[in-house]
Write a protein that binds this ligand. Structure first.
Ligand code: CU
Ligand code: ZN
Length: 218
């Protein structure tokens, strides 16, 4: 009996260690000449991201997980940054009265933009406490970030970016699962949401899409 238990435990460890994904990056429109290969390996501390991207201009380039695995014309089909907490409409049921209250709360404290285009996901706890779960664009170490916000990669003088870091927000399973979504490498540096304008809170002003690919099971 003990043998069976140990056997099952070992099998579970082996399975956990084998969770990995891969993405081949290229420009579907054939213009940028940027290409690469990146692996995602699940480890104890998070997902280890490792790989190399070629053909870049030297310096920083935004590097994100985008929502969809559609790399159609120039990577635009991949949509915005992967941001499961910004589900629209709100995933958590609220009555009309509660919604009205939330909007009053927002106006009163001025912390959030309201009106058309505002998308918030929230939970009403008790009567007066509203917890906003919605996230805007940020850097990989920020509390407020899209799940897909992996920051910047840095290309050397020969245009090669070597990637090697761990992220503990993305996952290869569950609600933060990146499988089937796209990696996008951008033309410009990601300002990590600190650019002081609306676009900074959406895309980090990272500009055009140089290469992309769909994340697959490895
Ligand atoms: Cu992006
Ligand atoms: Zn983002």
């Amino acid at each position: 009996m003990l043998n069976i238990v140990v056997g099952v435990a070992l099998l579970a460890i082996a399975y956990a260690e084998q969770q990995a994904a891969v993405v081949y990056l290229f420009d579907p429109s054939g213009k940028s000449g940027v290409s690469g290969n990146v692996k995602f390996i699940k480890e104890e501390k998070g997902v280890h991201i490792e790989g190399e991207i070629h053909g870049l201009t030297p310096g920083k380039h935004g590097f994100h997980i985008h929502n969809l695995g559609n790399i159609g014309p120039g990577c635009t089909g991949a949509g915005p940054h992967f941001n499961p907490l910004n589900a629209d409409p709100p995933r958590i049921g609220l009555t009309a009265t509660q919604l009205a209250y939330v909007y009053v709360y927002k106006t009163q404290y001025g912390g959030f933009t309201s009106g058309a285009g505002s998308r918030l996901t929230f939970v009403v706890r008790q009567h007066y406490q509203v917890v906003v779960l919605s996230k805007t664009h940020g850097g990989p170490t920020d509390q407020n970030r899209h799940v897909g916000d992996l920051g910047n990669i840095v290309a050397d003088a020969s245009g090669v970016a070597k990637i090697n870091f761990i992220d503990n927000v993305i996952d290869l399973e569950g609600s933060h699962c990146i499988l089937g979504r796209a990696v996008v490498v951008h033309e410009k540096e990601d300002d990590l949401g600190k650019g002081g304008n609306d676009e900074s809170l959406k895309t980090g002003n990272a500009g055009g899409r140089l290469a992309c690919g769909v994340i697959g099971i490895l």
